[in-house]
Design a protein around this ligand. Structure first.
Ligand code: TYD
Ligand code: MG
Length: 456
């Protein structure tokens, strides 16, 4: 570590520190991301104490602990993603592409809490937009009457002094990349600044017991700009995602010390701001056309909630030497694997075909449980035979072509039944699992070879 007052070279992508400049970061592999930064700043100057430490006290794992009281925001999708409401004293990082709706979501959250009875002071500190701009947005969202305390500031010292004297319940910093501490000599947005500012703000949040939201920008590669260290410092990391051109927005918890991760909240961006979507399956299936080859409905699980989505495949003869595979919303390696299994185990010839795969509605699926639905969509497109319109599909495919059980089959079937589906193509049920008692015809398939029968 460089001495205080000296300089060090910090990767702006991952936060790795080097004693001298180099073109490529060894830690994250990024080129040209290493920048010289001055060392210093209050945030980290106390890392080399001169005094000897005191002896720590150890306690048993069991014992009394303070009950976790959560502040319910009133925006149900956000509350669920946070694990049932905001935990006082916690820090939440909200990342997402520019223009996706982070400021809108947080202004709505702030106003929703401020409007509640119970006298919660809510502070919205904008470092990016002038007061007028935020006011215009508030007017558009019809929130201008909410007792939110709004200011435009970037100096963290001022912010801390102000908050010290307040009774804040919720503080929103939009965005952490615009904040700076005078003591730190690097420019706002650099790793050192972002880290030092976040450290000071999080320390204050813990001390005063308010919930701190930090907005963070996302780089081209999709991680929160600059420091991944920021993700380690906060209690919860939320990503706000959505496809351009789609009005759905998905709030995803990727880290949560106070709740489950991989929980999603679904919103729709409308003229008057973000509207919660209580039944995402209906929304994702809204534009589905029945009786089309290459399309099927996958019954997935996102966090604790079953979600039905349409999977579309298009298989067409290739005009290239190596066939094209294009995937939107799923893992392209996983598609390659499914195609390889279909070729090797079912004797299908896909090497002369281009394959396009799309998850309709802009949702990103990471579950292997979608394998079977993808395989069926591909076969349906190749044979030009539509799948039954009232069927949902789920199941994982193994390399030897076997179809494996996935988690929570009954929750998936229940959601399908609720949305009017009457049949399901699933992996074989094991004897120890409880069979559902829904009015759904389930076709259990144990191996991909048997899939072909569906299309004959
Ligand atoms: P914004 O919250 O400023 O995004 P971020 O803070 O993530 O950069 O959202 C801006 C986009 O949202 C902008 O393109 C306009 C759109 N929008 C609506 O469609 N309806 C609305 O009511 C609002 C406030 C914004
Ligand atoms: Mg913004």
């Amino acid at each position: 570590m460089a001495k205080k007052g000296g300089s060090e070279f910090v990767c702006q992508n991952c936060g790795a520190v080097y004693p001298k400049w180099q073109g490529k970061c060894d830690s994250c592999g990024e080129w040209n991301s290493i920048v010289e930064e001055q060392v210093g700043g209050e945030g980290f100057s106390n890392l080399t104490p001169k005094k000897k430490g005191r002896i720590l006290e150890f306690v048993p794992l069991s014992g009394s602990q303070e009950a976790l009281t959560r502040l319910v925001t009133g925006i149900k999708e956000l509350d669920r993603v946070c694990g049932g409401g905001l935990v006082p004293g916690s820090a939440i990082l909200v990342g997402g592409d520019p223009g996706i709706g982070k400021s809108t979501l947080l202004l709505q959250t702030c106003a929703s809490i401020a409007n509640q009875t119970g006298d919660h002071e809510c502070y919205y500190i904008s470092g990016e937009e002038a007061i007028d701009q935020v006011r215009i947005r508030a007017k558009r969202l019809q929130l201008e009457k909410s007792p939110v305390k709004l200011t435009s500031a970037t100096n963290v010292k001022d912010i801390i002094t102000t908050l010290e004297a307040s009774q804040a319940a919720v503080v929103i910093i939009d965005s952490i990349q615009t904040m700076y501490l005078e003591e730190v000599e690097s420019t706002p947005g650099s790793v050192t600044q972002v880290r030092a500012c976040a450290y000071e703000l999080i320390k204050l949040a813990k001390k005063k017991g308010f919930t701190l939201f930090l907005v963070g920008h996302v780089t081209k590669q999709g991680s929160i700009a600059g420091p991944r260290v920021l993700e380690h410092m906060v209690d919860t990391v939320l990503y706000f995602e959505g496809e351009r051109g789609h009005h759905f927005r998905i709030l995803r918890a990727v880290k949560n010390r106070y709740g489950a991760t991989d929980e999603i909240g679904v919103f729709e961006m409308q003229d008057q701001g973000l509207v919660e979507v209580e039944n995402p399956s209906a929304l994702f299936l809204a534009e589905r056309q029945g009786n089309i080859s290459g399309s099927c409905v996958f019954a997935g699980i996102e966090g604790s909630r079953p979600v039905l989505v349409e999977i579309q495949a298009l298989v067409s003869p290739t005009g290239y030497a190596s066939p094209k595979r294009a995937v939107v919303g799923w893992d392209s390696n996983r598609l390659a694997m499914v195609l390889a299994v279909l070729e090797a185990r079912c004797g299908m010839n896909l090497s002369s075909q281009d394959v396009y795969l799309n998850i309709a509605g802009g949702l990103k699926i990471s579950e292997p449980a979608a394998d079977l639905a993808v395989a069926m969509a591909v076969i349906s497109s190749l044979t030009n035979k539509p799948l039954p319109a009232d069927a949902v599909i789920f199941g994982e495919i193994g390399l030897s072509g076997e179809i494996r059980a996935v988690s929570q089959p009954n929750a998936r079937l229940k959601e399908a039944y609720k949305l009017g589906f009457h049949s399901a193509i699933t992996p074989p049920t094991h004897s120890k699992e409880k069979k559902h008692n829904l009015d759904i015809n389930t076709y259990e398939i144990g191996n991909v070879q048997r899939l072909i029968n569906w299309f004959n």
